[in-house]
Design a protein. Sequence first.
Length: 489
Amino acid sequence: MILPLSSESPLKRQPVVTLGIVALNIVVYIVMLVMDFKTKLSWAAIPGHIAQADPLTLAGWREYITLITSGFMHAGFFHLLFNMIFLMAFGCKVEDRLGRLRYALFYFAILLLSGLTFVLAHTSVYRPCIGASGAISGVLGAYLFKFPHTRIRTLFWVIIRVWILRIPAFLLLGYWLLLNVIQFFRQTLKTSNVAWLTHLAGFIVGVVLIGLMTGFRIESSAKEEKTHDWHEYFHTAGKMLRAELIFLLLIPLIMYSMAFVTTFFVETPYYYSSYTFSIRNKHAFRLLLSWLYLYMFILAVIVGIVWMFVRQRRLKQALMLEPCLMCKQTVKDDEFGDYICQHCGFDIKQQREEDPDKLELLRELRVTEEFVNNMHGYLETEIVQSSLLSFDDEKNADLLRGFEESISVFRDFIQHHTEGLGKLLERDEEERPFTSEDLKKLSQMSPDYTHSGVGAKADIEIHREQHKILGVAVQFLAHVSTQLRGTVE
């Protein structure tokens, strides 16, 4: 499911008219709950009645007014909910651009013109038509025309995972428009309860009206809004959805395999004269459709059992094994925590007796590496996914907290072992990427936020600066680890 939440473009004024329209729709929906059907019908737009109405009479005007009143009526809670979500996501920015009075006139003009378009195309239809979709489609068209490059914070739900994505308006609304065009040509009023023509008419009217009112020019800059290329979009989406796509591909295959195996244990249907391999496939397909929920339940049980088995096995391995302090390969230790690594020959007991200070340095190095490397990788993932994923306040706070903790552990490590690290770094006579003189600079490293800018782009730049600082820390710790291994060997 894809659901727009809000625009990343800042507003200059409060969207009073949009909020008022949303409130009015909610009030009308609540009032409709206590109305009888005949009263509701009298306020709904019926194309056949409007087409035959005389606009010069009071009764005729009463029919034309239903083009407006029907725009505040909804068929159910979810019809109202999704319409209002779309209106809030895009209407606030359009109102901000037009101003309150012009936006109100713009909204009601689209509501009227999109409804009239539907009436003219369906003069013999006597089914009631309700909903704000025509007017909201016009708002979407206006937004797409004026701000195509602006990012939209969008809820993206796949199976059991939910993301808040940053999707350019031209991609999100282009997808919406494509779906509406496809549905318009696929379905008619006989096969659908949705007036797809009203959506498309409202969209076109919205584009034309916003152009007439503000000029036919785009007002969002691709250079300012677009900070990622297409390769990053597809790379990020692939990494995010890899597990879900594999799971979606495997589900039908596994369920069909279960149905195929079932054919060996159930009675052959009488309408199959022979039972060849192709017939068995057809039988399996019929069983899959007939017992679909049973197979889904069995698959869920199998997945749950496999997951628990893998989790228990990993937990057992984690409790029994620990990484070697020198080469990081897993080793088995005794009851006192001593071991001799089979991979690098490191003897922790011997090292404790000969040079306890170096062993302490090695232990703290591994702890510091874990903090810094984990946070560095986490930031790298978030930066890569920033082409689509949105940074909310909570996520920014978590990243800042994690960065501060990691860099604090790194600084404490250098300060506690300044003398030992200095001696270790001076041993490297050929290539010295870091020297003892760099220790003070490393312990005082801090990000430069002065050129980060504002908004979502600023969040990305801040995290890139943090990633850069931790990258230097990762290189330093790797160099120290290499030097320590050389002293033991």
